[in-house]
Design a protein around this ligand. Sequence first.
Ligand code: PLP
Length: 452
Amino acid sequence: MSLPVERPHVEPDFKTTLDLGAVLPCTAEVKDGHLFIGGVDMVTLAHDMQTALYVMDEAHIRKQLRDYLEWTRFHWKNVDVIYAGKAFMSIAMCKIVDEEGCCLDVSSGGELAFARAAGFPTDRIFAHGNNKTVQELKEALDAGVGRIVVDSFEELERISTLAIERDMVQSVLIRVTPGVVADTHCYIQTGAEDSKFGFGLRDGLAMRAIERALELPGIDFAGLHMHIGSQIFALNSFAKAIEVIVHFMDDIRKETGAAVRELDTGGGLGIAYGAPDQPSSIKEYGKVVVDDIKAHCEDHGLPVPRIMVEPGRSIVANAGVTLYTVGTVKSIPGIRTYVAVDGGMTDNIRTALYDARYEPTIANKADQARSKVVTIAGKHCESGDIIVYDTPLQPAEVGDIVCVFATGAYCQSMSSNYNKQVRPGVVMVKDGVARLIVRRETYDDLLKCEIF
Ligand SMILES: Cc1ncc(COP(=O)(O)O)c(C=O)c1O
């Protein structure tokens, strides 16, 4: 069967690993032909642990969290950074987020359970989801989460009822869709008017939600939330949405007299997946978000609220790589060469889902030039089970360790057990030490929910 989409012709680029620049984790180095991350030899690690294996660079994660704190608070002291746990969540990750003084966004009861198991302070948790179940809302209230980000009228009523039953008041943010179409893949645009998320500004839906929040007992209207999409390169998409939402804050004051004390502008900053990608820096992003909010508030004579940003991908994506072992190399003359590895769409669905592109290298040939063009295929029963289509790579042989970069976000968290594949383990590397933070699944794990 032919590949589903016509693709541009690709030539070898003769790059060696370190030429891949911004795609790499910040501690990547090459010694004696081997790729090292966090001071750990990826080839030895792959041989010691089983592949497929996710590897996360702790220094990179901490640097990104610190950069967000530094470059947002540089412009306004009252800013919080909320890590979006959906990008990659584990107990170790929750602890790092806590240690760095950031907040945490959870988008299901399961993510809340992880945060609680990690001992994350619940008052710094933001609970998301466009259709939280009543059970999830109960769990959020009982845990004492800091804010629930409200997505529907039904949810407002449910929170009010549950809060009254518990004799408490729950602080909420109202999620607004500002009607801005972000410059990104349509599957990850969320701020347009036609979206399953949030309340639109047209037809007064968002204003009605705020009026309802203000009148309902058990609810404290703390402010607004928006998230216009993910993997966004154009900062003017954020700027446009901020202009719209601050204007709306003014409307709220005029119509209800209520103040928006908090404004959460969501996540979405893009990252480099491919060598040509040139995303904006956290420093540039922080300036646009915070300065624009301040400037528009000043124009409208509004007090500047507590500002929150909610990054996921830009914290963890480039920190993570996936290691695989080459099992077969199949050349179809005049067509293409398939290098098949011991993972695939179960550990990285993004290529099948979004036609995502990645940069690979061979970790045991990291100083060699990528002189061939191959397609890196997975081991699953789907033609679309491809990790990277037509990519430059060093000449691949059976037993080589392929390292795919920028897989730290939305890979492990979107992984599956299709074909009853066990999910890979996750190793955190730092200062020459490899720490297993999520063990590889076993067949017993796969069988544990079966009723015999
Ligand atoms: C509400 C919300 N906040 C934050 C994020 C994180 O976005 P990103 O990983 O692009 O920074 C998402 C991603 O889908 C989201 O839905």
